[in-house]
Design a protein around this ligand. Sequence first.
Ligand SMILES: [Zn+2]
Ligand SMILES: [Zn+2]
Length: 98
Amino acid sequence: MQTCSRCNAQAQDYESECPRCHASLAEFSATAVALRRLQTNARVANVRVVAEANACPACQQVAGTYAKDQAPHLPVPGCSCPNGCCCFYEPMLTEIYP
Ligand SMILES: [Zn+2]
Ligand SMILES: [Zn+2]
């Protein structure tokens, strides 16, 4: 499932725009917005894609740590999880020394 960050409508993983407000989900899905926020945060060096333990093979394969500007788009293409792709981004913070 994808969630539209503009109107909170839910969309299927294969949909490219929000069924309610027609925002582009490549840009405005909750995960896309979350990733953009991490990318603009100077304290975030890398982004981890976290998949559930019982996620499908496609999701398991995408799970891992990426340079933040190389993080893959979510939902994972080809995901076959029964409830849709549940992967999410987790920030890996850089240590900031005073
Ligand atoms: Zn929407
Ligand atoms: Zn999956």
